[in-house]
Write a protein that binds this ligand. Structure first.
Ligand SMILES: NC(=O)c1ccc[n+]([C@@H]2O[C@H](COP(=O)([O-])OP(=O)(O)OC[C@H]3O[C@@H](n4cnc5c(N)ncnc54)[C@H](O)[C@@H]3O)[C@@H](O)[C@H]2O)c1
Ligand SMILES: O[C@H]1[C@H](O)[C@@H](O)[C@H](O)[C@@H](O)[C@H]1O
Length: 345
């Protein structure tokens, strides 16, 4: 059976996912689209030659009998309502980060799913599907470098526009590290702290950039993440794990090395869309495959969305207080306790 997918929000990542489902992946078909800007939904249909209907809003799309699963790729504050409507209609949901923009919103989704008694939701934390992070995780799980003690990480964007605010460094950018790093070291966060170094002259007036975040896990692993969103030179994701017996580092993105104009060099990507291209493909293929084979998605769950939001809100508190802030989670329900290793790797 082909998984019939409806897309809610046909902006940048919505179109990217439509492209991959239509051109790269197998087992799924986009049959419905909606966007508050109808022109955007129309352009998605034209751009990818879709045989799909345009719906006036998320609720009518979700109610469509021919839709088995929905992709929620609208703006973050809009996610919760669409995800809950999909759960209540018994439809599978792939929701881009954030699951919801408040802890309470994430809990409402968790509760709706538990009430239904079936996992339907996967959150778009694609880094868990990236081959570099998977290799790092294998090294850590196999004790290749002994026990992990500390991690040095960086999340750098070449530039952002004036709509990007200081809190978005946490909710939009760091959120990827928040999810992937505790998964990587099999631990939970205990506290967070945010330090603001000297501001770059390339940041707009309202924005504090760069930021330096320190996350501490329950077992005592200390993780530092530099967030720079005006680094100018490229899109650069770094992660180095210091273990008791060695160091393991996220691989660099492969590039030719060149000799030109008296220099030896290699290229650095400029666009986030390219950096995790394979991981985006893998996460969505896994979503489609797992539902078709087992009737349940297999990737990051609504509970992972909740964990990320609790940690993000502690970081926001730490941005304002300048102090170390505690990260306090509710106890994980049995409903969400399962092995989350992607099925296709
Ligand atoms: N996983 C990742 O790496 C990644 C990358 C980029 C964006 N995202 C996330 O994806 C989401 C979308 O980001 P984007 O960059 O594509 O934004 P975007 O602004 O390009 O697209 C969002 C689209 O959703 C539409 N929309 C908003 N509310 C809607 C609603 N209620 N119903 C239907 N359509 C609605 C907008 O008109 C717009 O076309 C955000 O939550 C963002 O954080 C994730
Ligand atoms: O800082 C950006 C991240 O590097 C990307 O991976 C996306 O998540 C994007 O939405 C963020 O604004």
């Amino acid at each position: 059976m082909t998984l019939r997918i409806g897309v809610i929000g046909t902006g940048a990542i919505g179109k990217e996912h439509i492209r991959r489902i239509t051109n790269n992946l197998s087992g799924g078909k986009v049959v419905a689209v909606t966007d508050i800007e109808e022109a955007s939904a129309k352009s998605a249909i034209e751009q990818f030659g879709l045989d799909a209907g345009i719906y006036p809003d998320d609720k009518t799309l979700i109610a469509e009998g021919d839709v088995d699963a929905v992709l929620v790729t609208s703006w973050g504050p809009e996610h919760e309502e669409s995800v809950i409507a999909a759960i209540e209609a018994g439809k599978y949901v792939f929701c881009e980060k954030p699951l919801a923009t408040t802890i309470e919103g994430c809990m409402r989704i968790v509760e709706a799913e538990m009430k239904l008694g079936k996992q339907l939701v996967q959150v778009g934390f694609m880094r868990r599907y990236d081959s570099g992070y998977l290799q790092l995780k294998e090294a850590i799980d196999n004790k290749f470098i002994g026990e992990p003690l500390l991690l040095h990480c960086a999340h750098r964007n070449p530039e952002v526009d004036t709509t990007y605010s200081t809190d978005m460094a946490i909710t939009d950018t760091l959120i990827h590290e928040i999810d992937v790093l505790h998964w990587l070291v099999n631990d939970d966060y205990k506290s967070v702290q945010v330090i603001f170094p000297k501001k770059t002259r390339y940041a707009h007036e309202e924005l504090r950039d760069p930021q330096f975040v320190i996350l501490e896990t329950k077992s005592g692993i200390v993780i530092n993440v530099e967030i720079s969103v005006n680094c100018k030179y490229g899109y650069d994701i770094q992660c180095e794990v210091v273990g008791e017996e060695g160091i393991a580092k996220l691989p660099e993105v492969p590039s030719i090395t060149f000799r030109k104009n008296g220099r030896i060099g290699s290229h650095i990507l400029m666009d986030w869309k390219e950096r995790f291209m394979d991981a985006y493909d893998a996460e969505l293929q896994d979503f489609i495959d797992a539902i078709r084979k087992t009737g349940e998605p297999n990737g990051p769950t609504a509970w992972d969305g909740y964990i990320a939001q609790v940690t993000a809100e502690a970081c926001l508190k730490a941005q304002n207080s300048g102090k170390k802030e505690a990260v306090v989670f509710l106890e994980q329900p049995d409903f969400y306790k399962k092995n989350l290793k992607p099925a296709n790797v």
